[in-house]
Design a protein around this ligand. Sequence first.
Ligand code: 4AD
Ligand code: MG
Length: 429
Amino acid sequence: MDKVTIENLSDYDGKEIELRGWVYNTRSIGKIWFIIFRDGTGLVQGVVVKGEASNEAFALKQKLNQEDSVIIIGTVKKEPRSVGGYELGIKDITIVNHVTEEYPISPKEHGADFLMSNRHLWLRSKRQNAIMRVRHQVVKAIRDFFDINGFTLIDSPIFTGNAVEGTTTLFEVDYFERSAYLTQSGQLYQEAGATAFGKTYCFGPTFRAEKSKTRRHLTEFWMVEPEMAYVDIDENMTWAENLVSYILDKVLAKCKNELNTLERDISKLENMKPPFPRITYDEAFKLLKERGSTFEYGNDFGAPDETILSNQFDKPIMIHRWPAEIKAFYMRQNDDGKTVAAMDVLFPGIGEIVGGSQREERLDVLKTKCADFDIPEEDLWWYLDTRKFGTVPHAGFGLGFERMVMFATGMTNIRDVIPFPRTPQNAEF
Ligand code: 4AD
Ligand code: MG
């Protein structure tokens, strides 16, 4: 069924159409009044003129409330000064639901906490609408990218038996007579997938019991995780930069109005073309020292260090060859015996958006790593099997989906880019 929506109004210039949606605002000037109307795809202004609109419609002047659900009929007119470039000459208005209470979120400014506790209604606002529509396009771009490049989607489970990224951020759940964990990452299953299909990915919710309240952490967030057989750390970085630039290209092409609503500086997105600078952890350390940082070798970079590093370049930077102690057990040991083939992609203003590595494919080395990390081999018997039968060099990464949407939209708090954010303070509804 072909129903007209605000985003498609340009196809109906001069025609009489029907729109179904909600009242955003109304105002009147003398003999005419205006209805600012939303339908989820955008906003349009309807002009209600005595004599042109039905008497019933005109009589609704000052009687409609914000969020009344209404069906309007009118003629589409080009109006460059209006939002979206079109206006509607109203003929009829049918009220579906008249709101009798005052709507909590008026067009005036509200505090972040108030909006957070009214998330179910806040989603209707212009800004949230634009953010979620960009989020939608980022999902689509990711799926298309992997589709075009010959990856097979292999969904990783959410209930798991193992920690992937350390035991300190695990959510334990009562799973019948034993314990299971909410997944921190689908990676280990993708490694099984890559040896079965060559190139696979998963894209789903992941969980981290991170108590810290920061503007870039959620307890439930989405991660995209490709995994590729016969790929090393260098090719892995190439895949990561290509994915990122593909996503941003699509957002630029498909979300012009949304980016405009969000006042996003689009030159920031346009600049993100590969190649991204690749620097080793040691080089990053030197850079920090030269800039007077107190950073100590062997640590993970904190937010201030990431800012210093990002400010040296106008693109995301890829830091690789990390000290083994601060990275995960599964990362491939380099020949120096001290570093692993890990890489993080850091974005200006946000920090790490992608984390990945070449995996340790040698059974004996992996077993030693399990022992070093106190991981019982029995727990990972199936994972070790992938190293016993046809093991090959392989690599992959995880892209933090919400952090990517933060960058695309220019939002500074991760809570803004997910419809119903889960944080240590909030899992009520
Ligand atoms: O760097 P991480 O921990 O890497 C992994 O989980 C690997 N197993 C992925 C892989 O190689 N397949 O997480 C990947 C990304 C981070 O770079 C970050 O963008 C995001 O996930 N991330 C979070 N995003 C929001 N809230 C959190 N609490 C996050 N923790 C990680
Ligand atoms: Mg990481």
